[in-house]
Design a protein. Structure first.
Length: 245
């Protein structure tokens, strides 16, 4: 019995040391991955990297990590023409099946899904925020975007008729969707500008707009989008996503 007790104590001690070593190793690996991701994506701040699964060391021996979560607070993505940038907030990505090179300088996930938010003031940069003529003597511009409820965006437009600005801006509820990596906003109806009869295509030149978003981290792409209180919430997905290197 005494020998068995000693053996059990020895096993417990070894197990405890293994857990400590495993947690130290995973912490070091997370820090290294975060630094490499910051360099690869040219981020202004170090992202959060969390390696899931236990034990970590056996995953390392196998050359593949089951699940890695990445969080980037602020990310500037290319906005279509490459000259403009659009800020994406709170990007959270879940990487599955992450395989890494022998020197740990590169890592690629077999698949990735995630969520993020684009604030309304960022999306507003895409809309016609400068006065545009929609009819003789009538100009209009988008002055605000907000949550319209039920997944819709409320687009607020300010109009000037014969040099006089209408006392109240007009608004319209718009649908938003992703098509080929582009966020598209399309008015469900058409606002009226002081009773002036304006062709639909002229009105939609103001109310409808789109924003191409390129260059998301690791090659992930936009999947879906929906209006929310603080901005449009997007989901992203990808395969063979580069985590580092």
């Amino acid at each position: 019995m005494r020998a068995l007790r000693i053996l059990l104590i020895f096993v417990v001690i070894l197990g405890g040391l293994f857990v400590i070593a495993d947690r130290v190793a995973v912490g070091f690996a997370e820090d290294e991955a975060a630094d490499r991701l910051r360099t690869t994506e040219n981020l202004s701040a170090t992202p959060d990297v969390s390696i899931k699964g236990f034990p970590f060391l056996t995953q390392v021996v196998g050359g593949s990590l089951d699940d890695v979560e990445v969080g980037i607070k602020d990310y500037e993505a290319a906005a279509g023409n490459g000259e403009q940038k659009i800020r994406i907030d709170d990007l959270q990505a879940d990487m599955k099946g992450v395989e890494f090179s022998g020197d740990y300088r590169s890592a690629t996930a077999s698949s990735a899904t995630g969520t993020a938010t684009i604030a309304y003031d960022e999306l507003l940069k895409t809309a016609k925020s400068e006065p545009t003529q929609v009819a003789p003597g009538v100009t209009a511009k988008v002055v605000g975007l907000s949550d319209g409820g039920n997944g819709k965006i409320k687009v607020t437009v300010e109009a000037t008729v014969l040099g006089t600005r209408l006392p109240e801006p007009v608004s319209v509820l718009s649908s938003v969707k992703v098509v080929d990596g582009t966020v598209r906003v399309h008015a469900d109806g058409l606002p009226q500008f002081g009773g002036v009869d304006i062709a639909e295509n002229k009105v939609r030149a103001i109310t409808d707009f789109q924003q191409k978003i390129d260059g998301l981290p690791g090659g992930i792409e936009l999947d879906t989008v929906q209006a929310a209180p603080d901005g449009v919430e997007i989901t992203v997905k990808g395969s063979d996503v580069r985590l580092a290197g």
